[in-house]
Design a protein around this ligand. Structure first.
Ligand code: PHB
Length: 397
């Protein structure tokens, strides 16, 4: 096999989703060059539907670092959420509780803004590569080998390597077993996610607990809506006609206020996996993990993308420091700083999940206790404030 042609850069990044692109953007602002590679094409990533809620710090990061201010003009400010149970909606008012808002702005748009910004700034991003491997991660010049879109073998050599390659990525597996801990929590259910052509049913998000299981009403645009309902992890999308889906959602949202969802043709149906996962530490040798490559949260707390961006914020600072002082050991601060937020978010996502979802074998006691928990949250300012504070995100330390 022909020798790959080798290029040299400061930081080699595996994964050009939001985490990888944001990192390469922040590094460029500090004068550090990087190359990011991704096995997916740009079009594939643009069409992968993910969550849509940004914490205020994520919004600030996009705007203040000069990625784009489209989030402010095309995103929707949400000043709270509704928790709905026993057919009644209770407002958690983020503004009055913690003086913050979140923004509905889909991850696909965050990705498009970042990809455009990297293009504008002539960043080096290689989409659609194959056969990616990371090499020599404990040496002083780790590398990435891959085949580019034109079929040529390439090699990148760098000072530091970042695995921002998502929950199914290759990087985290490169850490030898004795050097890492993995923490899992599996849930006995999943989410059925839909996109539908329909008018809005609510101005902001509705998180609903019902005897038939959880449902979430979200939005995308004036004419396209995003909704989810709890389903079996093995649910077959093919068994769900549009009518059956709307019927299920209507039942889960029904209540004495007569709430009815506006229906319309469903343009996408998918069952979304659901688990909690953390790998520690987030550095091994000269490789650092960021975002879903190191941790996954269930989507109930809308934390996944926000955690990835928060990781990258800390990581850009840590890398700058390590490069300017030529001090590899200072990278250890990254794991400590990032994990503090990761575990808070793990707890919050787990808590929101278990408070709102139905377990098949739940005893009457569990049902009653769950309602008691929800009443404690909506019926007390202290309870509501914890939810508001965690949902809108913790400040970067
Ligand atoms: C979404 O709009 O896709 C969304 C919003 C909130 C969540 C999860 C997903 O908790």
């Amino acid at each position: 096999m022909a020798q790959p042609s080798v290029v040299r850069t400061g930081i080699g990044i595996v994964g050009a989703g939001p985490a990888g692109l944001m990192l390469s953007h922040l590094l460029a602002l500090s004068g550090i060059d990087s190359i990011a590679v991704d096995t997916r094409t740009r079009t594939e990533i643009e069409h992968t539907h993910r969550a849509g809620i940004l914490e205020p710090d994520s919004v600030r990061m996009l705007v203040d670092s000069g990625v784009s201010d489209r989030v402010l003009t095309e995103g929707h400010e949400h000043k709270g959420i509704d928790l709905r149970f026993d057919g009644i909606s209770y407002r958690i008012d983020f503004q009055s509780l913690v003086g913050a808002s979140t923004w509905l702005y889909p991850q696909t748009d965050v990705f498009i803004d970042l990809a455009n910004a990297r293009n504008r700034d002539e960043g080096d991003i290689r989409f659609g590569v194959t056969d990616t491997r990371v090499i020599d991660i404990t040496s002083s010049t780790p590398g990435i080998r891959f085949t580019d879109e034109d079929g040529a073998r390439r090699e990148i050599r760098c000072d530091y390597l970042v695995g921002a390659d998502g929950s199914r990525g290759i990087c985290r597996h490169e850490v030898p077993e004795p050097q890492r801990q993995q923490y899992f929590r599996e849930y006995p259910f999943a989410w059925f996610g839909i996109l539908a052509h329909a008018p809005r049913s609510a101005d902001e998000l509705v998180y609903a607990r019902s005897d038939r299981g959880f449902a979430l009403i979200s939005q995308r645009t004036d004419t396209v809506q995003r909704m989810y309902f709890q389903c079996d992890a093995t649910e077959d999308v093919g068994q769900w006609s549009d009518d059956r889906i709307w019927n299920e959602l209507q039942h889960r949202l029904a209540g004495e206020d007569g709430l009815r969802l506006a229906e319309g043709p469903i343009i996408e149906k998918a069952v979304l996996p659901f688990r909690s996962f953390v790998q520690e530490p987030m550095r091994y040798g000269r490789m650092l993990l960021a975002g879903d490559a190191a941790h996954t949260v269930p989507p109930t707390g809308a934390k996944g993308l926000n955690l990835a961006l928060a990781d990258v914020h800390v990581l850009a600072e840590t890398l700058e420091c390590a490069i300017s002082k030529n001090d590899v050991d200072s990278l250890d601060q990254y794991t400590a700083r990032a994990l503090e937020r990761v575990w808070k978010a793990q707890h919050f996502s787990y808590w929101m999940t278990t408070m709102l979802h139905r377990l098949d074998n739940a005893a009457d006691f569990d049902d009653r206790r769950q309602l008691g928990e929800l009443r404690s949250v909506v019926g007390s300012e202290a309870g509501s404030r914890y939810l508001a504070e965690a949902y809108t995100g913790w400040p970067v330390r």
